[in-house]
Design a protein around this ligand. Structure first.
Ligand code: HEM
Length: 525
């Protein structure tokens, strides 16, 4: 396949970020350098991608259906709320840059240069800073610019959009943000706006009492609070608290990081940490299986007309051809689509368990992607439009080792072929899901790493309501990379002040998680 054919996102994913800037340099590398690359044929991967993409849910008349809000959807992950999917995507964009646009080098990870520093530094929020990209900032050089006012959220009547610019009449209103990828769907773009507001809230907070904070001071505190959320909320939610403790034992023992030292077994670097290709092209793509087909953005869309309200006020994540009916990004969406974050995170107000005001759950981490991801919008992918196929072929081109080889390297017993099935982790599907090896015998003891990480997580499935997090291989890879990048970043709170804690004024509940960050963001002036 030519590189041209494999270019994605219609030139969107970061292609307009300037190259060659020192700020955006970083490099890819391999965590498991000595392991051989697996080989598969393209048709085998295409068949697997088809099996990993769920059928559309339609009624006998061919109209889309969805589980009523009064019933539990058996594809929901009872351990993970839906907001973590998009926090995960946001973090991905903060850490990685899409190698697609780098032409020939893209399939040569050892020589590949990422545009971005693999750090939790919110460069997707700050861009290159107020001196270099002043149009992202207010005239004071401190506050970040926000966009038009949105309506519909009972949680926050002042929800803003990200700032947008329409270059020609009738053209798309593109987001004016540090990383264009954070406008890829309506949810991640509203998360970006929330992060902008959290920065503005920090400006206001540090300006209390007539003080004049430096931009770099504000930025440091914003980054540290975000890093805290990543380490203490996102990571345990995805990999489980025990895996985090096994790498950072001082957190469990409540001692010093210098006494109970970090235990990174597989992620090592010489001078600067790099972006492991096993993480970017496989393990961290677990989030694709958490995407739901349909979301309630707020509770006021119900009954607002068939165009914006295909099923009882809920909106499809994507429609294939970028109409106004899905949560497709890279455009100005209807202004009554303000996100109500209490439908995505547990904001601590005892949310009901059923009904339209309940917190939506992420879909399960399993070897099944929802149907809309089988035909990505043209604004996201022009050539190969199945996300599963893109991921599997990317893994092959990047020369990834098999999931079983990675497991053995890590001294973990690989999941047996007789337990590796393809499809949804539900009581209804579990028994009829085909074995991976029936799709092709080349997959015997030789599973693509991305598939393996999902199928490994799926082994936790017992009943429809079993929470599913990443397993031993996927969880360890993701946690080591996150913690390694924090430890290797000389500006992170773990490097500069390992016992640092978030501002007590931000910890109403005695902790600081994503819900608390959002609450602070909504207080910004
Ligand atoms: C609606 C949601 C999402 C869509 C449509 C989406 C789409 C895509 C696409 C088209 C690619 C490029 C694939 C390729 O050609 O190699 C990609 C890459 C990737 N995605 Fe997603 N993604 C979504 C959510 C997520 C989430 C929730 C996570 C993780 C928690 C994630 C992690 C990644 C990673 C690590 C990569 C590779 C690096 C990069 O290009 O950013 N994605 N995604």
């Amino acid at each position: 396949m030519s590189n041209r054919q494999f270019r994605a996102h219609g030139g969107v994913r970061g292609t307009d970020v300037p190259r060659g800037s020192l700020l955006f340099e970083g490099s890819f590398g391999r965590m498991f350098r000595t392991l051989p690359a697996t080989q598969f044929s393209d048709p085998d991967l295409e068949n697997l991608a088809r099996a990993m993409t769920a059928a559309p849910e339609l009624d006998p008349d061919g109209k889309p259906t969805a589980t009523p809000e009064t019933e539990t959807d058996n594809e929901e992950n009872q351990g993970i709320n839906a907001g973590y999917t998009y926090l995960g995507q946001f973090i991905d964009h903060d850490l990685t840059f899409d190698p697609m646009s780098s032409l020939q080098k893209q399939n040569d990870p050892d020589a590949l240069t990422d545009f971005r520093t693999p750090r939790f530094d919110l460069d997707c929020v700050y861009g290159r800073g107020p001196d270099d990209q002043p149009y992202l900032y207010e005239d004071d050089g401190l506050h970040l610019k926000l966009g038009r006012q949105l309506t519909g959220s009972d949680f926050d009547p002042n929800t803003p959009d990200v700032p947008r610019h329409r270059s020609e009449k009738g053209g798309r209103a593109r987001a004016l943000i540090g990383d264009p990828r954070n406008d890829e769907n309506v949810i991640v773009s509203q998360l970006q706006a929330t992060m902008l507001r959290f920065h503005n809230r920090m400006v206001d907070h540090l300006s209390e009492g007539g003080k004049h904070p430096e931009f770099t001071e504000v930025q440091r505190f914003v980054r540290w609070h975000y890093q805290w959320v990543v380490l203490h909320d996102f990571l345990p939610t995805i990999v489980g608290q025990d895996t985090v403790y096994s790498i950072l034992p001082h957190l469990k023992k409540k001692t010093s990081i210098y006494v109970d030292k970090p235990d990174l077994r597989f992620f090592h670097w010489r001078n600067e940490p790099y972006m492991p290709i096993e993480f970017a092209a496989a393990a961290y793509r677990f989030g694709h299986s958490m995407v739901r087909p349909i979301y309630r953005l707020n509770t006021n869309l119900i009954g607002s007309g068939p165009e914006k309200d295909p099923i009882n006020g809920r909106i499809f994540i994507f429609t294939p051809d970028d109409t106004t009916q899905g949560l497709n990004g890279f455009r100005e969406f209807p202004s009554n689509w303000a996100i109500d974050w209490s439908l995505f995170f547990d904001m601590g107000n005892n949310p009901p368990k059923t009904g339209i005001k309940r917190v939506q759950k992420a879909y399960k981490i399993d070897s099944s992607l929802v149907n809309p991801l089988g035909m990505l919008p043209l604004s996201v992918a022009r050539d190969i439009r199945s996300l599963a196929e893109r991921n599997l072929k990317r893994g092959l081109r990047m020369g990834l080792p098999s999931g079983q080889d990675v497991a053995r390297y890590m001294d973990i017993a690989p999941v047996a072929d007789t337990d590796l099935r393809v499809g949804k982790a539900t009581e209804e599907d579990a028994k009829k899901n085909p074995l991976l090896t029936t799709i092709s015998s080349t997959f015997a003891d030789n599973a693509p790493l991305w598939y393996y990480v999902l199928a490994e997580a799926q082994q936790q499935f017992k009943k429809d309501d079993t929470p599913i997090r990443l397993g031993l291989v996927g969880g360890r890879v993701v946690a080591e990379v996150f913690i390694g990048l924090l430890l290797g970043d000389s500006h992170s709170f773990l490097s500069q002040a390992p016992s640092w804690k978030p501002d007590v004024k931000f910890m109403d509940t005695g902790k600081f998680g994503m819900a608390d960050l959002i609450k602070q963001a909504t207080k910004a002036q």
